[in-house]
Write a protein that binds this ligand. Structure first.
Ligand SMILES: Nc1ncnc2c1ncn2[C@@H]1O[C@H](COP(=O)(O)OP(=O)(O)OP(=O)(O)O)[C@@H](O)[C@H]1O
Ligand SMILES: [Mg+2]
Length: 309
């Protein structure tokens, strides 16, 4: 099976993120195509991770199905044959779509990343350890790193065009979106995370935190868009290895991070692009982790028919 670094489909391309290519699919729809690119420490690697794009797309698709009736969302289909049936010009490109493409309702995206944290980790732990707050709000005293936060904390950020997203307060979010939209986005984020965190914890993955995006569709409805509770938009931890009081290994990217850390400590990498070349064993270990994340969350092995990319 081959992997995909970048796609080239006969549709107008309207964007290219670190990992995904976005196309205009006509009729108020977008086609999101997740490549096998991977980034770590904010640097995109030269190598691709086999099956990663399909894992990300199919985990999102699985969540959208679980969310039917909970929140409205953008997914039309993540099945290559159904997509080809809808967008005829894609017929010769089935192998590039298989597993990794999702046809979605097009929206005007709200310029806010809706981050929700159920566990104290990363930048949130740093802020709490330094000043006892999270997103500027005081938290209970005595929490340790990776502790469960109850209730989960909603901490919005701005979508930065370049570089790092910047955390903002709820008051700032209300200023940008208005009270009603801000309230709706927070409630929808909480509903989705509460459902997702419970389901995945029972299956052996802790979703420590995650980021949602929302948009307004042609009918004026606010819907959940983008990717949902994937390893790229979330912190995934192995539930059986969870030990509060310390950082947790990343379920999906730890083999890659460990390798890059070793290279950095040995003075062979300065932490900036380009990253060092990845040995085949690191690529394979990372691919296995992504497939295992899919298996744990959905309870089934990922099978993609006729995938060549
Ligand atoms: N239904 C939708 N309608 C319109 N835009 C969408 C929809 N779903 C997702 N998007 C947009 O598509 C893009 C997905 O690209 P991608 O995730 O690769 O890039 P990014 O979010 O800009 O960068 P990164 O995730 O690497 O930080 C995002 O800008 C997202 O807002
Ligand atoms: Mg993104």
């Amino acid at each position: 099976m081959t992997t995909m670094l970048a796609s080239d489909l006969p549709l107008p391309r309207i964007g290219r993120g670190k990992v995904r290519d976005i196309y205009d699919a006509g009729n108020d729809r977008v086609l999101l195509l997740t490549t096998d690119r991977i980034s770590a420490f904010d640097v995109v690697m030269a190598e691709t991770i086999p099956m990663k794009g399909a894992v990300l797309t199919q985990i999102s698709a699985w969540w959208f199905e679980q969310l039917e009736g909970v929140v409205p969302h953008h997914m039309i289909s993540a099945d290559a044959d159904a997509i080809i049936g809808d967008v005829a010009s894609l017929r010769p490109h089935r192998a590039s779509l298989a597993g990794r493409a999702m046809l979605c309702r097009r929206t005007t995206v709200f310029p806010i990343e809706c981050v929700i944290r159920g566990y104290l980790s990363g930048s949130a732990w740093k802020e709490y350890a330094a000043q006892g707050t999270l997103a500027g709000e005081k938290l209970a005293a005595g929490l340790v790193e990776s502790d469960k936060l109850e209730p989960a904390i909603f901490s919005p950020a701005t979508k930065a065009e370049t570089g790092h997203d910047e955390n903002i307060t709820m008051a700032q979010m209300r200023e940008v979106l208005g009270d009603e939209v801000a309230y709706t986005l927070e409630s929808m984020s909480r509903a989705v995370y509460t459902l997702g965190e419970k389901i995945s914890r029972d299956q052996g993955i802790i979703i420590a935190d995650t980021k949602f995006e929302f948009g307004r569709d042609g009918g004026g409805r606010i819907i959940l868009i983008d990717e949902v509770m994937t390893p790229d938009s979330s912190r995934f931890w192995a539930a059986d290895a969870y030990r509060p009081g310390q950082p947790q290994p990343s379920f999906d990217k730890q083999p890659l991070r460990d390798y890059l850390d070793t290279e950095r400590r040995a003075g062979r990498w300065n932490g900036e692009a380009p990253a060092p070349a990845l040995p085949a064993a690191v690529v394979e270990a990372t691919s296995r982790r992504y497939l295992e994340a899919f298996r744990r969350i959905t309870g089934a092995d990922l099978k993609i028919e006729g995938a060549d990319g």
